[in-house]
Write a protein that binds this ligand. Structure first.
Ligand SMILES: [Zn+2]
Length: 235
């Protein structure tokens, strides 16, 4: 069975202050990277090509106060110029295996965790602006504790704190013709990680399943066996 972010332990001890779920980010270094790079001209906002909203998301929005919560979160992200990086239904996805957990396919993180997403989503925005990421789909962001435990996430998974993003390059079932483009994108991701990862405190996991994990909670990389040696960025 192929490994994924949902089924493996994160390889690095979480650096956060255990007494608080509020993570601290170094906004200065992120700004420096943004200023030091010259991304190709691209219309802003840098939205991925429009994707159809899944009926399941529409149904979820209609339940309880989900629409109100999702809207408030979107307004928060908009204040950081981050509302249009990925469609809301992708940014609120819990885990690929959510159905096995009798959980929710979508979840709005509690408000105290909203800020934790800002730095990581800014990295994703940079990757899009620099044409490193084009055809991609976010598959898992925030997981509550029961969902994270159910899908086998690490006990201190960054997903618990809404500070990680998992995504896939290309289609869910890549064809032979997709493989070269996917490989090239991974190579570009590694180049970006080597060039900017230290300043961004960027963690990059590249799994055999095709899932890619990013967070801004430590400059590190790992691959299928959860160590640096198996990361394609170490080759
Ligand atoms: Zn992950």
């Amino acid at each position: 069975m192929l490994m994924s972010c949902q089924t493996v332990q994160d390889p690095i001890v979480h650096p956060m202050n255990q007494s608080s779920k509020q993570l601290i980010f170094n906004q200065k270094t992120l700004t420096q990277v943004q200023n030091n790079t010259t991304p190709p001209k691209r219309d802003v906002p840098t939205v991925t090509p429009s994707k159809p909203t899944p009926p399941s998301y529409t149904q979820w929005l209609a339940q309880k106060n989900h629409a109100q919560q999702a809207n408030a979160y979107e307004i928060f992200l908009a204040k950081h110029q981050l509302a249009q990086i990925v469609p809301p239904f992708e940014l609120l996805r819990t885990a690929r295996d959510w159905q096995k957990c009798f959980g929710q396919e979508y979840a709005v993180p509690t408000q105290e965790l909203w800020q934790n997403q800002v730095s990581t989503l800014k990295v994703l925005k940079l990757l899009v602006e620099q044409n490193i990421l084009d055809d991609f789909e976010v598959t898992s962001v925030y997981r509550d504790l029961p969902t994270n435990q159910c899908v086998g996430g690490a006990s201190e998974s960054r997903h618990l704190y809404n500070s990680a993003i998992d995504f896939r390059i290309g289609p869910a079932t890549p064809q032979t013709t997709d493989l070269q483009r996917i490989a090239l994108t991974k190579t570009k991701l590694c180049q970006f990680w080597r060039q900017h990862g230290a300043n961004l405190n960027l963690g990059l996991g590249v799994y055999a399943s095709g899932q890619i994990h990013i967070d801004t909670q430590g400059f590190r990389t790992w691959g299928a066996n959860l160590n640096r040696q198996t990361s394609i960025c170490s080759l």
